[in-house]
Design a protein around this ligand. Structure first.
Ligand SMILES: NC(=O)c1ccc[n+]([C@@H]2O[C@H](COP(=O)([O-])OP(=O)(O)OC[C@H]3O[C@@H](n4cnc5c(N)ncnc54)[C@H](O)[C@@H]3O)[C@@H](O)[C@H]2O)c1
Length: 430
């Protein structure tokens, strides 16, 4: 049915132009007319001028693209294939916040014509597209799904950051409301991707697959975090243990660390919520979240103990923190866990200098009320390497010595300096 209504000329609309929507728009724009829509007018102004505020694209990509950027919802009515890539955070009580998905769905439904296919890429719990989104569209348009419009789900699997895979190189899971819709969605995605698509048997399977990918990471990192607490008590270096264990062919080399950002540390809560609705309280998922959140306290505890051992008064200490983004080589500061470490240290009374060559100082001020420093020169009681940006990889023992007031005390949360000689420094890593 939808096949007959879907027009031959495909015009793609992308709703929500952030870390996911913007690169995706540029990929589609190589082959199709693309309307990029966002409610954030300043983003639209920047993109229209060729400025990529996400810092995810190669230089000049926007200047060379023919995407029509707009914050006028009516422009979406020209599109017949609309992809929704809006945020899916959690509320304070850790329940899913679908308000962005709902409002984007309302905007699209209020401005769409018959024969439109809407594909969701935002990460949701299994069932959200069919149980939450379709009823909204049917209610607003009076159309019936599978007849006058259709929907699909294709999870986004990019990793933000400069050294990550390009969106066009990732195998894309696609799914549709029915066979016809899945065929159309498959064809359109396949036409712009280098490594093809995977057809999931249903929308729910595609939704569940995405959340499973991220839960697997969260649980495995939690395991390494817990092991690192145990091994630390034995004065053993967890990373040395992982390197040794990793020589077994089927050992998975997850590393301990802070789990921040808006995917790995958030998505498990979507399934925990759904699971509880079905009267099953998932213990492993919840415990993994707790362990990963608690690692902040373990870090603080170790800093305090190390300071006591080395007779440094934390209340009068000067600490240099390298990196504030939620992960390496990207400028995204949302849900960055190193910020929680910084806040704790400041609360205790430490004077903290923060340096991050990628984060936007204004954004850091607005989001976290923290100041970024322009350079790292100074003499510090301690250095915390919070994020392994490429720029920090070249740090030498000479640099560490130069930046240290007395005997260097280094907390290397990303094990960035694990190859360096630690003979004359106090060194702790997760
Ligand atoms: N960032 C990643 O690396 C990544 C990876 C995989 C999946 N995801 C998922 O993709 C989704 C989007 O993530 P993101 O990082 O791109 O988010 P983002 O915050 O960077 O971008 C979302 C954009 O949507 C816009 N927006 C919000 N409500 C809107 C509305 N009603 N209409 C139009 N625009 C609206 C915002 O202004 C923003 O520009 C989330 O569900 C996320 O979990 C993200």
């Amino acid at each position: 049915m939808i096949k007959e209504m879907f027009e031959d000329k495909k015009i793609i609309g992308v709703v929500g132009l952030g870390y996911v929507g913007l690169p995706l728009s540029t990929v589609f724009s190589k082959k199709y007319e693309v309307i990029g829509f966002d409610v954030d007018k300043s983003k639209i102004e920047n993109y229209s001028k060729g400025i990529d505020v996400t810092n995810e694209l190669e230089e000049d990509t926007l200047k060379n693209s023919n995407i029509k950027f707009s914050s006028n919802p009516q422009d979406l009515s020209k599109a017949n294939f609309i992809i929704i890539t809006v945020p899916t955070p959690i509320h304070k009580d850790e329940s899913p916040d679908l308000s962005y998905v709902i409002s984007a769905t309302e905007t699209v439904a209020s401005n769409m014509k018959e024969g439109t296919i809407i594909v969701y890429e935002s990460t949701v719990f299994p069932g959200a597209t069919e149980e939450v989104c379709i009823p909204i569209i049917e209610e607003i348009t009076g159309f019936k799904c599978g007849k006058e419009f259709s929907v699909g789900y294709s999870p986004e699997r990019i990793n933000p950051g400069k050294n990550s895979k390009d969106v066009s190189d990732i195998v894309k899971i696609v799914s549709g409301y029915d066979e016809e819709t899945t065929n159309i969605i498959s064809e359109i995605y396949d036409s712009v991707l280098n490594n093809g698509i995977y057809r999931a048997p249903s929308i729910k399977v595609a939704e569940a697959a995405k959340i499973t990918e991220n839960i697997q990471r969260d649980v495995n990192i939690a395991l390494m975090n817990e092991l690192s607490i145990i091994f630390d008590k034995m004065d053993l270096d967890t990373n040395e243990i992982i390197d040794a264990a990793g020589t077994k062919w089927n050992f998975m080399k997850f590393r301990p660390g802070l789990v921040g950002g808006h995917c790995i540390g958030i998505d498990p809560y979507y399934l925990i919520y759904k699971s509880k609705k079905l009267n099953y309280s998932p213990r492993l998922l919840q415990t993994s979240r707790n362990v990963n959140e608690d690692i902040i306290n373990q870090i603080i505890k170790n800093i305090l103990l190390t300071f006591i051992d080395n007779e440094v008064n934390i209340k009068k200490s000067n600490i240099l923190v390298l990196g504030i983004t939620f992960k390496e080589n990207c400028n995204d500061i949302r849900n960055s866990k190193i910020v929680e470490v910084i806040d704790e240290l400041k609360d205790i009374g430490a004077n903290v200098t923060i340096y991050d060559p990628l984060a936007d100082a204004e954004e850091v001020k607005t989001f976290y009320d923290l100041e970024l420093s322009d350079d790292i020169e100074g003499e510090y009681d301690s250095i915390i390497i919070g994020v392994s940006h490429d720029e920090f990889k070249d740090l030498t023992i000479d640099d560490i010595n130069r930046l240290s007031k007395n005997k260097p005390i280094v907390f290397d949360l990303k094990s960035l300096l694990k190859e360096l000689s630690k003979e004359d420094i106090v060194y702790w890593s997760l």
